[in-house]
Design a protein around this ligand. Structure first.
Ligand code: SF4
Length: 367
């Protein structure tokens, strides 16, 4: 069920087929981190089975011009949001810093906690960062007219369809399909998914790290952010946070000689408990991650059905296994992210980054 209940699922499958058949369009696709360990269920595979390679192969057969990953943009989000947190932490301003990559949560905040909007990270979500980069840096580097680029996002939820339509983000993403809708397309053309040989993402926006992958499960954004923050401030790696699946989790760590308290909430009822403390002025946290769905995006409303607590946890463990076996596990070590800043963006939170990669939120009526 979509946590932003007011949303109805409007399928854009037909629009995507039309774009794929249109020779004047260069169609790029990004796949959200959580899809890698859930898509296989649509084809009878065990929950949590990592199907990244088969997914890339299937997308290529469907006719997408470039197969990219939102994991890349999750690394970019960490570069911007991690530095935003450092700035707030050092200046003791707008703390606790609250994540904003989940549109279900952002909309809930705009309706129910508009007084806390200044605490939200201004960094766009990975999906929207990816789309903005695909029509600027990628277009320039590939010598393609940005107007010809059509960006499709495969996402775990219908809330991402709402995010795409936000006035502030209009034009970034052209179409959003859920995991189930992608599976429908693969079945429609008769691709035998389970027998596909693994293929890779394309270069440039296909470069990824384990940090980007764990965005798809509860606690992943926090852990990815802290890996970069800790190294940037202390020059040493983050130890294990030991996160599990509870609705609210907390951790404390020493950074730059100070204690940083973090809290992670999945599910909006759990988030409300933390937000009521912030509103009352008695929150001890410096960093709060909120994901609207139970267990985070592995439990999104667009994921395969049926689902259960066990299935979501298997999907989460699948993502954790990708992270653990990845040769690069920190966002700031993603070579393409380094190149993007060197060649194009300059520095995190700089003028160019701010223009392309940050957004704002608005108070919305409760009705
Ligand atoms: Fe979508 Fe993930 Fe937020 Fe659920 S937690 S609404 S799947 S972004």
């Amino acid at each position: 069920v979509c946590p932003t209940a007011a949303l109805t699922e409007i399928s854009e499958v037909d629009k995507v087929w039309a774009a794929l058949e249109d020779d004047t369009k260069h169609v790029v696709v990004q796949t959200a981190p959580s899809i890698q360990s859930s898509l296989g269920e649509e084809f009878g595979m065990e929950a949590g089975t990592v199907v990244t390679g088969k997914m890339a192969a299937a997308l290529r057969r469907l006719g997408f011009d470039r197969i990219f990953t939102t994991d890349f943009a999750a690394d970019l989000t960490i570069m911007e949001e991690g530095n935003e947190f450092i700035k707030r932490f050092k200046g003791e301003k707008n703390l606790p810093h609250i994540t904003s990559c989940c549109p279900g949560w952002v909309k809930f905040c705009e309706h129910n906690y508009p007084d806390l909007i200044s605490h939200l990270s201004s960094a766009k979500s990975p999906m929207s960062m990816f789309s903005a980069i695909s029509k600027s840096y990628y277009a320039e580097e590939s010598d393609i007219d940005a107007k010809e680029i059509y960006t499709v996002a495969i996402m775990p939820c219908t809330a991402k369809k709402f995010e795409k339509e936000r006035e502030e983000l209009a034009g970034d993403t052209d179409a959003v399909l859920t995991t189930r809708e992608l599976a429908r397309m693969i079945k429609e053309v008769g691709i035998n998914f389970t027998t596909l040989a693994d293929e890779q993402y394309d270069e440039m926006l296909g470069a990824h790290t384990g940090a980007g992958t764990i965005f798809g499960t509860t606690g992943g954004v926090t852990e990815a952010a802290l890996r970069t923050v800790k190294e940037e401030l202390d020059g040493e790696p983050l130890g294990r946070l030991g996160l599990g699946f509870e609705g609210i989790q907390e951790a404390s760590l020493e950074v730059a000689g100070q204690t940083v308290n973090v809290a992670i909430a999945n599910g909006l009822a759990n988030a409300s408990k933390l937000l009521d403390e912030v509103r009352a002025g008695n929150s001890k946290y410096h960093f709060i991650e909120v994901m609207a769905c139970p267990n985070g995006c592995v439990g999104g409303g667009g994921q395969p059905l049926p689902t259960s607590k066990e299935i979501k946890q298997k999907r989460a463990l699948g993502l954790r296994s990708i992270d653990e076996s990845d040769s690069i596990r920190k966002s700031h070590e993603n070579p393409m992210i380094k190149k993007l800043y060197d060649d194009y963006l300059g520095e995190p939170l700089g003028g160019h980054s701010h223009h392309l990669l940050h957004t704002k939120y608005q108070k919305r009526d409760k009705n």
